[in-house]
Design a protein around this ligand. Structure first.
Ligand SMILES: [Zn+2]
Ligand SMILES: [Zn+2]
Length: 342
């Protein structure tokens, strides 16, 4: 099969012919239909990344496809031809984290996102039967491939403990920030403000459910209060760049909550006196549980979340290497997808 392989920082991904992986017990083989390109794919292949994936890695963790082969012990639930989206983690199925439905934390987990297993920038991928969600007939493959990033938004909002009418500020207007905005609105927040350093994603934020988009500039605090009637009780950090922790703490209401969902690949120094004097609560959020992942599919299928304002079109696998390098420079894009049928 063809796959886009990471062959070293500073070099474009290489389209190579590699063996189709075989599904082991409890696993499924899927024919990948669509796979989104994620900011983390770019970060994990950067020359100066604090953490870089090994050469030979096939990335791609935001995907949907069709089951083409069943591993042992999976035929009670799954059939060939089933439309699915899957977590990019295959847990052991026995440990406490797996039994709690959180395979990201399983000590033996195998990740498609970081190279333990072949990722979905390829024609086929092996996934875990437990970690797989059925995709509604009504969904396009593009909508289905948004299950993963929407699940990240669900997790962030679950960690935020939003109450009815809450004033919520989301920092960052990428796919995670926009998904979190949609989920915060669904959770009953009164004001959901997305802020970013440029307004290039302002229309997308409002289309996803934000009650307002604001520029992250010197007037942000004043503009937030003008819109929401008070400072944010909950701040969700989805930008993942240094300086954001201080910003979140500066803006948050006393005894507010700061949820960090942006993956800053490096250090972000914090002036401790601000959260101390405000008695802020910090909470970090990573990935999602199996249940949150399945919920993402249902929210999209029932049209309670429309992820398509994030969509920027598709490329073929052969076009991916050049576009992948372009995405490192072009910050206008939100979510580009690879069409493995093209
Ligand atoms: Zn991602
Ligand atoms: Zn486990």
């Amino acid at each position: 099969m063809k796959a886009a392989v990471f062959v070293g920082a500073g070099r474009p991904l290489a389209i190579q012919q590699i063996d189709v992986p075989r599904p082991g017990p409890g696993q499924l083989l899927v024919r990948v239909k669509r796979c989104g390109v994620c900011g983390s794919d770019l970060h994990l292949t950067e020359a100066h990344a604090a953490w870089q994936v090994p050469h030979g890695t096939v990335l791609g963790h935001e995907f949907a496809g069709e089951i083409v082969e069943l591993g042992e012990g999976t035929s009670d639930i799954w059939r060939e031809g089933d439309r699915v989206a899957a977590l990019p983690y295959v847990g052991c199925g026995r440990c406490r984290e797996c039994l709690n439905g959180y395979p990201f934390h399983c000590p033996e987990t195998l990740s498609l996102a970081t190279g333990d297993l072949i990722g979905a920038f390829s024609e086929y991928a092996v996934i875990g039967a437990r970690e797989t969600a059925r995709v509604s007939e009504h969904l396009s493959w593009e909508q289905a491939a948004f299950t993963e990033p929407v699940a990240v938004g669900i997790r962030a909002v679950a960690c935020a403990g939003i109450t009815l009418g809450a004033r919520v500020l989301i920092v960052g207007a990428g796919p995670i920030g926009l998904s979190a905005a949609a989920c915060a609105k669904l959770s009953g927040a009164g004001a959901v403000v997305v802020c970013a350093r440029t307004d290039r994603h302002a229309d997308r934020a409002v289309a996803m459910g934000a009650t307002e988009f604001l520029l992250n500039d010197a007037d942000l605090r004043r503009n937030f209060i003008r819109h929401a009637g008070g400072p944010p009780e909950i701040v969700i950090e989805c930008a993942g760049v240094p300086g954001m922790l201080d910003l979140c703490c500066d803006l948050a209401e006393k005894r507010g909550r700061v949820v960090i969902a942006g993956g800053c690949n490096g250090k972000d120094p914090l002036n401790v006196l601000t959260p101390l004097c405000k008695e802020l609560t910090f909470r970090f959020a990573v990935c999602y549980t199996i249940r949150e992942f399945a919920l993402a599919e249902r929210l999209i299928a029932s049209a309670r979340i429309n992820p398509m304002p994030m969509y920027d079109g598709e490329v073929s696998l052969h076009q991916l290497p050049a576009r992948f390098e372009e995405l490192r420079r072009n910050k206008d894009a939100c979510k580009l997808m690879v069409n493995l049928d093209a």
